[in-house]
Design a protein around this ligand. Sequence first.
Ligand SMILES: [Zn+2]
Ligand SMILES: [Zn+2]
Length: 351
Amino acid sequence: MAVATRCEGCGSELGPRLLTCPSCLRLVHARTLQRLAAEAEAATARQSLTEALGAWRQALDLLPTGTSQHAQVMARVEALSRQVDVSGGGAGVASAESKSSRAGMPKALAGLGAFGVALWKFKFVLLFLLGKGKLLLLGLTQASTLFSMLLAMGVYWREWGWVFAVGLVASIYVHEMGHVVAIRRFGMQASAPMFIPGLGAVVRLKQTPVDAREDARVGLAGPIWGGIAAVLIFAAALATGWKSLGAIAHAAAWLNLFNLLPIWQLDGGRGFRALARRQRWWAVAAVGAAWFLTHESLFVVLLAGGTFRALLTPAPEEGDTRTLVEYVGLVVVLGVVGWWAQQWTGTALAL
Ligand SMILES: [Zn+2]
Ligand SMILES: [Zn+2]
């Protein structure tokens, strides 16, 4: 709701989208900015990096670009984002938790020594997973997500039967939630996933990543989570001997591989932006090896896209090593699962 406001400095009327008063040059949102800065400082003091990043990013939206304040806040966001990369967003929270957990450990477990500590830690892993599970369900509560998901499921259902449809849509959902978790870890806001029948799903970013590295983390988080889902589904297929699970694992692996195509706004495209030219050739080499071993035509498409990006599009001087490791790891894991699941299922599924 845009209500016409008056400048607190000179009293002139302000348009709804103005960030600076045109008459006295005062910052329109000065008060909010002060509050956000205080929030960010307090969060930083608590070592709650994600929270601090969120506050600074909100401040960034209220500061006019090109001003020294904007540049200063931008620098803070960049620095904090790199810290989140190293520590995972809540270093302070986690270490405080483990400190207090050790103190509150039951005597019986403490007596078991290292094994007791491991058991006690396992409890926190479980709690962490449960927390993530809650987040997964959170996305489902959005009516638009649910509706678009059902629509996509309908299309797959008609094509391949309901077990396949439900499994594939669930794996796409996990992929999208990977993006959402990464976006939130960097203090940004994201829309709930929207499913596009036949294509997959998208999550819309409400803020801009601060650099190519952050964009790559957010981009590759989807295939990483989707890849883990594919591995688990295929493990379940091998354990139960249920062929439709194999078909789901195969389709899920190939869908995540397709998203690694390094062009457009696809996940792979966002990853490649953070890679130096030499690193791009390493990624191309990995894809080439995967093609040589599996003879899957999808790898030819990835090969063409990667070569194009390595040769013809601008690349940073210094690339991000972790992005390269993630990309190559994904090509290997998804390639193995996709190929193996196809052999095991015994069907050539055309996607
Ligand atoms: Zn004014
Ligand atoms: Zn994605």
